[in-house]
Design a protein around this ligand. Structure first.
Ligand SMILES: *Cc1c(COP(=O)(O)O)cnc(C)c1O
Length: 464
C-alpha cells in the first residue's frame, strides 16, 4: 500500500512530504535539487541539511518570519471581517507568553502588534524587563492569568503605577477582595459549564470561577473583561463556536449587574494540523464565524457588540520552529508495524515532552535523501528510558533507508510549549538553538557542555 502511494506521487517529493502546503503550515518549506530540505524567506533560501552539518544536532531552528506572517494574517482576518460585518467592538490579540517565552518569539510578535497574556509573576517580570529596555509601548495591554501570589499582585500593582496597562484576571474567590481594589481595569475568568473536544479530554476544570459564582460577584466598577479558556488544540470549529456562544450568555447576564463589562476574551485553543491526513479548520473561516456569531447574538440581545480578545498561542508559534536530529543507530524490530528503530542523538522525552505527556503526533520528514527509497521505522531517543520513543501512535514513520551517509531528520511544528517543558533526563544536553532571519543565522543557545549541565545539578567545579 505504501509502495503504491510512493509510486503514484512519482517524483513530486515536495508533495509527498506535504511541503509547500498552506493547510499544513509548510508554505515556506520545500525540497532542493539535491533532495534536501529547504526553507524560503522571501528571496533567501536556507538549506537545513547544511545548517544541521554546520551547527550540529540536536538543533532547533527558529524562523521569526513565520511568526510575523502568521500573526499579520490572523489579525488581518479579524480586522477584515469586523469591517465586512459592520462589527462595532474592537479586536485585541494577546500572545500567551507561556507558549514560548523565548525573546526571539516574543519580540517579533510584539512588533507585529501583539498584546500579551502572562501566567506567572516570572513571566510578568519579563514584561517589566522589556518595558525598562524601552522595547515596550505602554499602550500594550497585558492580561495576568493564573493564581496570584502576593509577589505576583505586587508586581501587577507596581507596573500599573509605572503607567503600563496591566489587567489582572480573577482566577479564584480569594483574589476578589484585593483585585476589586485595584486601580486599573480587571477581568474575571469563568469555568464554562460545557465540554468541548480538545486534545486533553478533561472531565473537571479547576480554573476560574463557576458560572454561578461569576453571577454572584460583588459590585466591581472596574470589571471589564469576561475571560475563558477551554483547553489546547480544540479539535473542531464547532467546539470553538460553542464556547463563544455559551460564554456570550454568561457575558449578557454579568452585564446586568456589571455594566462596565465590555470585552469577551475567548482564550486560546486554536489547533493546527499535525496529522497530515485530515482536513483541519482554518483561521480565516473561524474568524469570520466568530465575528458573525457575536454580531448576531448581541444584536438579538440588544447589547453593544463586545470587544473581542483572543489568546491563540499554539496556532501562531508552533510552525515557526523545526527540531533536527541525526540518526545514530538502527535496530531491527520483529513483527511490528515498523521494521526498525532509528535512534536519534536527542530525546523525545527531554526535548519534545508532549510526545510523552500527551501523545502528541509530529510531522516527521528527512532533511537529506528526501527522494531515497523509504523504510517504515519507529524513532527512539538517546535516554535510557523505554518511554523515550515516537511511534506515531503505534503506526510507523516513513524515512529513508540508511545508506552509510549521515541521515538527518526534521520534526516540524515544535515552536509551542516544548522548550519550557524540556528537561535533562540522563543529563542529555538540550538542543542548540539558531535563528534564521533575513538570510542570516544567529546562534541563540550553544550546545550544552557536560560542565553546563553538571552545574544545573550543583556540580560547580568543587567536588566537595
Ligand atoms: C495556555 C493558554 C493559552 C494558549 O493556549 P493555546 O492552546 O496555545 O492557544 C491562552 N490562554 C490561557 C489562559 C492559557 O492558559
Amino acid at each position: 500500500m505504501v509502495k503504491k502511494k510512493i509510486k503514484k506521487q512519482g517524483k513530486n517529493w515536495k508533495k509527498f512530504w506535504k511541503l509547500g502546503v498552506d493547510e499544513f503550515n509548510t508554505q515556506f518549506l520545500g525540497v532542493s535539487k539535491d533532495n534536501e530540505l529547504i526553507a524560503t524567506e522571501g528571496h533567501h533560501i536556507y538549506n537545513l541539511h547544511d545548517l544541521a552539518q554546520k551547527y550540529e544536532t540536536p538543533l532547533q531552528v527558529i524562523f521569526p518570519f513565520v511568526l510575523e506572517d502568521r500573526l499579520k494574517d490572523l489579525m488581518g482576518y479579524f480586522q477584515a471581517y469586523i469591517k465586512i460585518y459592520g462589527y462595532k467592538g474592537k479586536f485585541f490579540y494577546h500572545y500567551p507568553m507561556k507558549v514560548n517565552q523565548n525573546k526571539e518569539f516574543v519580540l517579533p510578535l510584539i512588533s507585529e502588534g501583539a498584546n500579551l497574556e502572562v501566567t506567572s509573576a516570572n513571566e510578568l517580570w519579563l514584561v517589566k524587563k522589556l518595558w525598562e529596555g524601552e522595547k515596550f509601548n505602554s499602550k500594550i495591554r497585558v492580561l495576568c492569568n493564573g493564581p496570584k501570589t502576593d509577589q505576583y499582585l505586587d508586581l501587577i500593582e507596581e507596573l500599573r503605577a509605572k503607567g503600563m496597562t496591566i489587567i489582572p484576571i480573577i482566577e479564584g474567590p480569594e483574589e476578589i477582595e484585593r483585585i476589586s481594589k485595584y486601580k486599573g481595569d480587571v477581568g474575571v475568568r469563568v469555568d464554562l459549564n460545557i465540554k468541548v473536544d480538545t486534545h486533553w479530554d478533561k472531565k473537571f476544570d479547576r480554573f476560574g470561577l463557576s458560572e454561578k459564582d461569576i453571577l454572584d460577584l460583588p459590585k466591581m466598577k472596574n470589571l471589564k473583561i469576561l475571560h475563558y479558556h477551554l483547553g489546547s488544540q480544540i479539535k473542531t470549529q464547532k467546539s470553538i463556536l460553542e464556547g463563544v456562544k455559551h460564554a456570550f450568555s454568561v457575558y449578557t447576564e454579568l452585564q446586568k449587574t456589571h455594566s462596565s463589562i465590555d470585552t469577551l476574551d475567548i482564550g486560546g485553543g486554536f489547533g493546527i494540523a499535525h496529522e497530515k491526513k485530515k482536513k483541519f479548520y482554518t483561521a480565516k473561516v473561524v474568524s469570520s464565524k466568530i465575528i458573525k456569531l457575536l454580531k448576531n447574538l448581541s444584536d438579538k440581545a440588544g447589547i453593544k457588540h463586545p470587544n473581542l480578545a483572543i489568546e491563540w498561542g499554539w496556532y501562531i508559534v508552533d510552525p515557526a520552529q523545526i527540531t533536527i536530529y541525526k540518526v545514530i543507530s538502527k535496530k531491527y524490530i520483529d513483527k511490528a508495524n515498523a521494521k526498525a528503530w532509528y535512534i536519534i542523538d536527542g530525546s523525545f522525552m527531554n526535548d519534545l515532552k508532549d510526545t510523552w505527556a500527551v501523545h502528541q503526533k509530529w510531522h516527521v520528514i528527512p532533511v537529506n535523501n528526501m527522494a531515497s527509497s523509504l523504510k517504515r521505522v519507529w524513532l527512539a531517543g538517546s535516554s535510557c528510558d523505554s518511554d523515550d520513543k515516537y511511534t506515531a501512535g503505534g503506526d510507523y514513520i516513513l524515512l529513508p533507508k540508511l545508506n552509510g551517509e549521515d541521515q538527518y531528520i526534521a520534526i516540524l511544528d515544535t515552536g509551542a510549549y516544548q522548550d519550557a517543558l524540556s528537561s535533562h533526563h540522563c543529563l542529555l544536553s538540550l538542543p542548540a538553538k539558531i535563528i534564521a532571519h533575513d538570510g542570516a543565522i544567529k546562534i541563540i543557545r550553544k550546545h550544552e557542555t557536560a560542565e553546563n549541565v553538571g552545574k544545573l545539578f550543583g556540580w560547580n567545579g568543587d567536588p566537595k
